[in-house]
Design a protein around this ligand. Structure first.
Ligand code: IPM
Ligand code: MG
Length: 354
């Protein structure tokens, strides 16, 4: 299995290093990984003047899946937009048409008290946020800063969704719900935005093909509130790129820490990129403080969705559960006063549990 490994910036290299150790451990049990490393984000800019160097894209094109760390950092914030680290990530998503972004938020029993919410609100939580990843205001044209008719400067972006883009993420949502609790909640802002009224209309139409799945609709502001009030009411949430970005960060805190949430970004052929939903956390980079579990759980998603290795995926997830049961905690998931382990000690523990 050929894996493109793009560690990126900030804590990216540290957390990816732990996922690679888990792969090495799986390798001892018969799984063969062939790794190719590529520079991306700020590291891509430093190496080749481009957040997605041609060489890196070539490595990804030759791979069965991409394992991605994180990108971004203050050093690159003043670069022109096209050269900023985030563009490396956005271009990869667009290039491979990775429209379906799966962001599962599950609460490990041991971490129910690590959430800032009451344990009874989050205990047993198991929801899936399905975020559309290749369209919406993230990619809509035109965009920019211009001088308007009144001679004042204004910034503008375009929210845009085509029918086929909505249908394919809708289908993915219904299919995902079918394999789970059969409940799909489509999140929009149909009371204000034309684009998302259209989104809602297409979801309703697509529902005709999935009568066994219950479809509900919720405005995004209400969804933000309901996720905190009673998150267990949800099974699968399907939403656009922008709303999904925001709601998935919010949902991560239900699980205790953003350091716990993995993601898979898939195209129609099942090719995917796997990354923790958190960013590069430059403030803690290089200090051994980062939680590698979101990346290790992303590796499990890779095994399941792109490499057809469901058993190995379960083993990795079971190993993560075990280390949490053993009481190992990086700083982000520790209770006040509880002993913490470093990034690599957490990796050690997962490898040992495997
Ligand atoms: C995410 C991140 C990215 C996004 C950034 C880094 C461009 O926040 O994956 O959620 O906005 O999609
Ligand atoms: Mg985000």
């Amino acid at each position: 299995m050929k894996i493109a490994v793009l560690a990126g910036d900030g804590i990216g290299p540290e957390i990816i290093a732990q996922a690679l150790r888990v792969m090495e451990a799986l390798g001892k049990h018969g799984l063969k990984f062939e790794l190719s490393h590529g520079a991306v984000g700020g590291a891509g800019f430093d190496a080749a003047g481009d957040p997605l160097p041609a060489e890196t894209l070539k490595i990804c094109e030759g791979a069965d899946a991409i394992l991605f760390g994180s990108v971004g950092g203050p050093k690159y914030d003043s670069l022109p937009r096209a050269q900023r680290p985030e563009q490396g990530l956005l271009r990869l998503r667009k290039h491979f048409d990775l429209f379906a972004n799966l962001r599962p938020a599950t609460v490990f029993p041991e971490l129910a008290s690590a959430s800032t919410l009451k344990p009874e609100v989050v205990a047993g939580l198991d929801i899936l946020i399905l975020r559309e990843l290749t369209s919406d205001i993230y990619f809509g044209q035109p965009r920019g800063v211009r001088t308007n008719e009144k001679g004042e400067r204004e910034g503008f972006d375009t929210m845009r969704y085509t029918e086929s883009e909505i249908r394919r993420i809708g289908k993915a949502g219904f299919e995902a719900a079918r394999k789970r609790g059969k409940k799909l909640c489509s999140v929009d802002k149909a009371n204000v935005l034309e684009t998302t009224q259209f989104w809602r209309d297409i979801m309703i139409d697509e529902h005709k093909n999935y009568p066994d799945v219950e479809l509900t609709h919720m405005y995004v502001d209400n969804a933000a509130m309901q996720l905190i009030r009673n998150p267990k009411q949800f099974d699968v949430i399907v939403t656009g790129n922008m709303f999904g970005d925001i709601l998935s960060d919010e949902a991560s805190m239900l699980t205790g820490s953003i350091g716990m949430l993995p993601s898979a970004s898939l195209n129609a052929k099942g090719f995917g990129m796997y990354e923790p939903i958190h960013g590069s956390a430059p403030d803690i980079a290089g200090k051994g403080l980062a939680n590698p579990l979101a990346t290790i759980l992303s590796l499990a998603m890779m095994l399941r969705y792109s490499l057809n290795q469901a058993k190995a995926a379960e083993r990795v997830e079971a190993a993560v559960r075990k280390v949490l049961q053993q009481g190992l905690r990086t700083a982000d998931i520790a209770q006040p006063g509880q002993a913490t382990v470093s990034t690599s000690q957490m990796g050690d523990a997962v490898v040992a549990a495997l």
